[in-house]
Unconditional design. Structure first.
Length: 321
């Protein structure tokens, strides 16, 4: 190869490099940015492959009201099974929930934490309500008859074994060895609630909190609870008396307000309706004001098989979702 030939090749390479750099500069000045998509968040815990439907169940909550799992309005639910006198697994899981709440703040309003007793003969709604009062956050205690809950343990794959104690604890001469995992369920009103993952006992609250935050940011999440006090008016539409509407009502059955707030109930139906002790004529309205924190359950003739649950928060609480 001649010296002139080598010089020509070097010159071509220099020109090619210069053109490459110029294109890079022009692209950088064009105002168009290259956006790299973030990979989807990988949930922790044990994944269900293929995805599993979360088994439905009907029992009693800690207020003594009927509770149907598939009708809960929260987009996410965390479920675990245990009992009140448990000294390790159950209080640890409940404390984990408190830490999750601290980590994700007001977004926790979108999550319902469900604690299902494995000792329904001993643990009445009153017992569970008193016990759960020691923990922060909205935790729903579930109990019922053994006949109601035995199929629930089986469908959720919960193992439990009664073990005799040499000395009684809190009036019990036995304890339960039982499954300690926490299930994360995502609501899907159209296709059925999905078991996303389960967290083995000992999984850190940070893992669960990150998963919850990622799912709540997901635009495909189909249901979300409105903020506290966001619902100010509930309208019973034309045809609310019909069986078709009562099977698939469109009025909210879970409402969150603050002390001092008012709800206006309007009846646009052709029939009289009762909401709690309010009798509302066609075309009329009734106003309900809430004076103290707590929760109430209202019967409604537009939803005869359900009770409308209203949770009243203290006025000073900063609880917006």
């Amino acid at each position: 190869m001649t010296t002139t030939h080598r010089n020509n090749i070097a010159l071509l390479r220099s020109v090619a490099l210069l053109l490459f750099l110029m294109v890079g500069v022009i692209s950088g000045c064009s105002g168009k940015e290259t956006i790299s998509e973030q990979p989807p968040h990988a949930l922790g815990g044990i994944h269900y492959t293929p995805p599993r439907l979360a088994p439905n169940f009907v029992a009693l909550n800690h207020s003594g009201q009927e509770y149907m799992f598939r009708k809960q309005p929260h987009p996410l639910r965390m479920v675990f099974f245990g009992y009140v006198s448990c000294l390790d697994v159950c209080p640890t899981n409940l404390k984990r929930y408190e830490k999750i709440q601290e980590m994700i703040g007001n977004k926790i309003e979108q999550v319902q934490f469900v604690f299902v007793t494995i000792d329904p003969e001993k643990e009445t709604p009153e017992v569970m309500k008193e016990y759960l009062g020691h923990y922060k956050g909205e935790i729903i205690g579930i109990t019922g008859t053994p006949e109601q809950l035995e199929p629930v343990y089986e469908s959720w794959g919960i193992l439990r074994e009664k073990v005799a104690l040499e000395e009684s604890v809190d009036g019990r001469d036995y304890k339960w060895d039982h499954s300690g995992q926490i299930f994360l369920v995502q609501a899907d009103p159209e296709n059925g609630d999905k078991l996303r993952v389960s967290y083995p006992y000992g999984t850190g609250h940070e893992v669960m909190a990150r998963d919850i935050e990622a799912l709540l940011k997901d635009p495909t999440l189909k249901t979300r609870l409105p903020n506290i006090s966001e619902i100010q008016r509930v309208t019973l539409p034309p045809g609310a008396y019909s069986l078709a509407f009562q099977k698939k009502p469109t009025i909210p059955t879970y409402i969150r307000v603050r002390v001092g707030d008012a709800l206006v109930w309007r009846n646009d139906d052709y029939m009289y309706h009762f909401v709690g002790d309010m009798r509302i004529a066609p075309g009329e309205e009734a106003t309900q004001v809430f004076d103290e924190p707590g929760e109430i359950y209202l019967g409604c003739t537009a939803t005869p098989d359900d009770k409308i649950r209203i949770v009243i928060f203290d006025r000073d609480e900063d609880m917006d979702g």
